[in-house]
Design a protein around this ligand. Structure first.
Ligand SMILES: C[S@@+](CC[C@H](N)C(=O)[O-])C[C@H]1O[C@@H](n2cnc3c(N)ncnc32)[C@H](O)[C@@H]1O
Length: 253
């Protein structure tokens, strides 16, 4: 056997692999969408999932979150629940030590992983997502993060599910409601939660997107519309995120 040929072949294989890994990590996020435009699309949620599956450490929620966040940063996709707002959500979960959380708006499951990783044994998060493709992706994301036993993805609109939370999901008291979907529905769905007696002494967390043109006065509407919630506004990145307590008196700071 000619050892110099074998050595050269091995070096070539290693170099090809390194170049491929470099291109896929460095340029993949830029090239893939361009190729999609030309040859047809892979949905963005599928890209996120495949990227996270490939690069995150299975069973490690922080690695899943970090990989997700890194991809969004590279692609310049907005992930409003990462960064300082994400830390604020973490602090609400850690301070409240919830037994039951309800998230409205799962998307690919970033916040579901974020909240799920902080839940104590026996605590649970129910997260609602009407888009079946996103719901499936978020389930896989949670599976990868090792959180399927703590987080249940429900494929439905919030207003369809809320009336059935007690009968179908055995929920009688929610400790934290996290609102991150279409703001026009917040007051309606919060009232529905109230009507069904599901938030006796719980917190409401709202991601504010005051930068969005039509939402400038949303916080005011939220405060006055749901008077029974104590509401504390926390400025995050020049935007406001609200944390409110059900059953208390309305307050703003
Ligand atoms: C801003 S994204 C959620 C992002 C997610 N919380 C995160 O940070 O990882 C909003 C999601 O709300 C979902 N949505 C829309 N209408 C809804 C409804 N009526 N009930 C629950 N979710 C809804 C959308 O399909 C979308 O995926």
């Amino acid at each position: 056997m000619n050892w110099s040929y074998l050595g050269t072949a091995l070096v070539i294989i290693v170099v090809i692999r390194l170049v491929k890994a470099y291109i896929s990590n460095r340029w993949g996020p830029v090239l893939v969408p361009m190729l999609e435009k030309v040859f047809g699309t892979t949905k963005w949620e599928e890209l996120v999932l495949q990227h996270v599956k490939k690069h995150a450490v299975a069973g490690d929620p922080d690695s899943v979150m970090q990989t997700f966040d890194n991809l969004c940063t590279t692609r310049k996709w907005t992930l409003k629940t990462a960064g300082k707002r994400g830390e604020m959500i973490d602090s609400v979960i850690c301070d409240t030590k919830p037994h039951v959380c309800l998230e409205m708006g799962t998307s690919c499951g970033y916040t579901a992983v974020r909240i799920g990783r902080l839940l104590a044994p026996g605590a649970q998060l129910l997260t609602l997502e009407p888009n079946p493709q996103l719901a499936r992706v978020s389930e896989e994301m949670l599976q990868l993060a090792g959180l399927r036993d703590k987080v249940t993805v429900i494929t439905a609109d919030a207003d369809d599910v809320i009336p059935h939370l007690t009968k179908k999901y055995d929920v009688t008291n929610i400790d934290i409601v996290f609102l991150d979907y279409w703001k026009d529905s917040y007051i309606r769905d919060l009232k529905l939660i109230e009507e069904h007696g599901l938030l006796k002494n719980g917190f409401v967390v709202v991601t504010e997107q005051k930068g969005d043109s039509q939402d400038t006065d949303h916080t005011v509407e939220y405060n006055t519309g749901a008077e029974k919630f104590e509401c504390i506004l926390k400025p995050v990145d020049g935007d406001d995120t609200s944390v409110g307590r059900g059953g208390g008196h309305h307050r703003s700071s």
